[in-house]
Design a protein around this ligand. Structure first.
Ligand code: FAD
Length: 387
């Protein structure tokens, strides 16, 4: 029997293992995949946005409905702590112009390697190809290459991830082991389907910059991409939860110009010109923005300048959940104690994206995973010390 069993070797589980081993306990981390931290590595492909350098009250607002319950965890391990943690593992970080914090190398592999080495030095044992299948009494059961096994531990931390990018291990199948305690999974930070007209073919893959996107209460000035499947990228992800829940997407193609200014500039173009030429000459609207205006605005009764300021796109379908950057839903907070321990199972904690919270991209996801992993790891360590 080991002191602590951590199931799931993503950032949340590794952080729980970190604090448990630092407190002197024997820890086993088990993961179904051949290696640890596969989704973390994938996050590194886009630079690994670890957190966001914002004042804590602003930072916490990103967690929406879960803000209150996560507040003490984020206070205990917020943006400054995340940066300090990465630096302690030998990875310098920098803050970009939008306050997003990245490792200087803009990838996850050196950080993950250093972290796994640090954990090994503290005696953490890693088991791969171990798929957790449930419980046999108080013991956790796994399918392994050597057949089914049962593991007894004094405390267990479940860190099984959300329900997207299943090829990286996070398939949400664990939900079947926690009946009545899991809110249904929903995609978050995802793209939307658009069946493009032929004239859009030339623009597929183009980045759309300098727009303001609004859906319901959400507003974003981030870039997005016109892809062969539809609309995706950071700007869309930021407003995606409201779009998923039915709000139309409204694009302001020239957010730094008023309607009046646009109308005046358009009126100043004399002579017979195509609309596209007018837009290019008077407003310097680039080709992908002109194409979007045509695609989504051609059947609208609004004037041209009104459409530029408020190009309204009716409800679009989200791309499949498996493609989403993250998922909402998961273990409900009312099934957990303040320490993130399952009320139905003493000594078993849940952390990371498998909990029922969501946040936009911007480093909030990894920070939330690290903070909850640390919170439950410390509570589990305390339990081991006092039992
Ligand atoms: C393309 C992409 C880019 C991203 N970029 C960013 C970013 O820049 N910044 C940011 O904050 N977030 C980003 N994210 C999100 C972030 O990676 C996740 O929120 C984070 O990895 C979740 O951590 P976790 O430890 O909770 O779960 P995961 O990292 O999903 O780890 C869960 C682990 O549990 C294992 N597991 C699952 N079921 C079982 C089982 N039955 N038995 C044993 N093991 C099991 C899985 O194999 C997996 O290793 C990105 C995600 C994607 C897909």
């Amino acid at each position: 029997m080991s002191d602590a069993l951590v199931i799931g070797g993503g950032p949340a589980g590794l952080m729980a293992a970190d604090v448990l081993s630092a407190a002197g306990h024997s820890v086993v981390v088990a993961d179904a995949m051949p290696t640890m931290g596969r989704k973390f590595l994938m996050a590194g492909k886009s630079g690994l946005n670890l957190t966001k350098a914002e004042p804590l009250p602003v930072f916490k607002q990103a967690y929406g409905a879960a803000q209150e319950v996560l507040s003490p965890m984020i206070s205990a391990f917020g943006p400054n702590d995340v940066s300090a943690w990465a630096e302690a593992l030998g990875q310098t970080v920098f803050t970009g112009s939008t306050a997003r914090v990245f490792p200087t190398v803009m990838k996850a592999s050196p950080l993950l390697r250093a972290w796994l080495a640090h954990l090994s030095q503290h005696g953490v044992r890693f088991e791969t190809h171990w798929r957790w299948t449930g419980w046999d009494g108080d013991d956790a059961t796994f399918d392994t290459p050597d057949g089914p096994i049962t593991i007894a531990a004094k405390v267990t931390v479940l860190a099984l991830g959300g329900a997207s990018w299943s090829r990286l291990g996070s398939n949400g199948q664990w939900a079947g082991q926690l009946p009545d305690q899991v809110a249904p999974f929903k995609p978050v930070n995802m793209g939307f389907e658009v069946s493009w007209s032929d004239h859009m073919t030339a623009h597929l893959g183009a980045a759309v910059k300098g727009c303001k996107l609004t859906a319901g209460e959400r507003v974003s000035r981030g870039e997005f991409v016109v892809s062969s499947k539809g609309l995706e990228g950071g700007g869309i992800y930021s407003v995606s939860a409201a779009m998923r829940d039915g709000a139309p997407l409204v694009i302001d193609l020239l957010p730094d110009m008023s309607v009046e200014e646009i109308a005046t500039k358009l009126a100043a173009i004399k002579g017979k010109q195509s609309v596209s030429n007018k837009l290019r000459k008077a407003l310097k609207l680039d080709s992908v923005k002109r194409a979007l205006l045509n695609e989504f605005g051609r059947n609208s009764d609004l004037s041209l300048h009104e459409k530029i300021k408020g190009l309204t796109i009716p409800q679009l379908s989200p791309r499949p959940i498996d493609e989403a950057i993250s998922t909402a839903g998961g273990v409900r907070f009312d099934a957990l104690t303040d320490d993130l321990m399952l009320k139905s199972r003493e000594g078993v904690y849940c952390v990371g994206e498998m909990l029922d919270w969501a946040a936009p991209t911007g480093g909030y996801l990894i920070n939330g995973c690290l903070a909850t992993g640390r919170w439950a790891g410390l509570a589990a360590a305390h339990r081991l010390q006092t039992s």
